[in-house]
Design a protein around this ligand. Structure first.
Ligand code: PLP
Length: 348
């Protein structure tokens, strides 16, 4: 049976060009900084993001963790949006490993205004842990792939600088955000001191994320990566695919966004399913099936039987993510499956 996997853009497989680049990559020992392919990827990534230096990490989680550790001390606090991936999904690593305390701020579609963050600031006295870092997420996963505009980022960045805060951006899908807004990615990255982005999501590389920032920060992050067991040797086999990801795979994210839009519009016409089309801004489609009298998990199981894989969030919220493995015909098929499942649920 045909299976359409809309659980995440992390399911993308490497392209033939990536596999060939991996096979023929020039290699060395990256602990000695002698892997020419890793060095090339890190230089390319730093340039693309407009920062001094870059570091290849094994995963997005590791990239966020080394970024946060490099800008804080144990016992300090980190300001995060209440549904931030760093807080919600990364195993509490910043607390477990870093001894850090989260201060959560409720955003609007994942975006925090200076006023939102201001309300979280504590006066500098011994009652409170110092909070030197604010983390933002662009695009925002749990908000449904919503984007921060350059103006929103600038407002927060200026506020942060006025209050001596560093800004770290979880930019796992920063290229989705840039492409959706027709921007050069640097128009976004300039408003973050540090950021990470993933090679292994919509960009289709099999492994890896990148951390960027100034040279001192990246040196500290490199040390934390080693401590966490993320130091690699002939990592050029991974980096080779990452180079193809950055050079060749960004523009096609437009297709994923068009497919997400088509899927969302189709779903919006189905009785009993609630969806806010304004929130469908990149490659994610989040909708609510509570109106059909079915839970998200039950709904996802039902679609799965018909050959469509999706993700259940909580209660009736369901997420579908488009990516390189998904074509227009797959969206048409998915819409037929969703319509049939909705009909059956309504009749129950
Ligand atoms: C916004 C965001 N940040 C970080 C990550 C973590 O990436 P990884 O799964 O490579 O650890 C993800 C993964 O889905 C994500 O969506």
């Amino acid at each position: 049976m045909r299976t359409i996997d809309l659980r995440s853009d992390t399911v993308t497989l490497p392209t033939e060009e990536m596999r060939e680049a991996m096979r023929t990559a020039e290699l060395g020992d990256d602990f000695y900084r002698e892997d020419p392919t890793v060095n090339r990827l890190e230089a390319l990534a730093a340039k693309k993001m407009g920062k001094e230096a870059a570091l290849l990490t094994t995963s997005g989680t590791q990239a966020n963790l080394v970024s946060v550790l490099s800008q804080t001390k144990r016992g300090q606090a980190v300001i995060l949006e209440a549904e931030a991936h760093i807080y919600y999904y990364e195993g509490g690593a910043f607390s477990d490993v870093g001894g850090l305390i989260p201060i959560l701020v409720k955003g609007h579609d994942g975006v925090m205004s200076p006023q939102d963050v201001e309300s979280a600031l504590r006066p500098p006295n011994s009652h409170f842990p110092p909070s030197p870092l604010v983390c933002i997420e662009n695009s925002h996963n749990r908000a449904g792939g919503t984007v921060w505009s350059p103006a929103q980022m600038k407002a927060l960045f200026d506020f942060a600088k006025d209050h001596k805060l560093n800004v770290h951006m979880d930019g796992a899908r920063i290229f989705n955000s840039a492409v959706a807004q027709n921007l050069e990615v640097r128009e976004l990255t300039r408003y973050a001191d540090t950021l990470m982005f993933c090679l292994s999501k919509g960009l289709s590389a099999p492994i890896g994320s990148i951390v960027v920032g100034d040279r001192d920060f990246v040196d500290r992050a490199r040390r934390y990566r080693a401590i966490l067991g993320g130091g690699m040797r002939q990592a050029g086999v991974i980096a080779a695919a990452g180079i193809v990801a950055i050079e060749k795979m960004v523009d096609r994210l437009r297709d994923d966004h068009a497919n997400a839009r088509m899927l969302a519009k189709g779903i919006s016409t189905i009785d009993g399913i609630a969806i806010d089309l304004n929130k469908v801004q990149t490659n994610m489609v989040v909708y609510d099936v509570s109106g059909l009298g079915i839970g998200g998990k039950e709904w996802v199981a039902k679609l799965n039987e018909a050959g469509v894989k999706a993700g259940a969030l909580e209660a009736g919220r369901v997420r579908m993510v488009t990516h390189r493995g998904i074509e227009k015909e797959d969206i048409e098929f998915t819409l037929r499956v969703v319509e049939k499942a909705a009909d059956e649920s309504r009749r129950k």
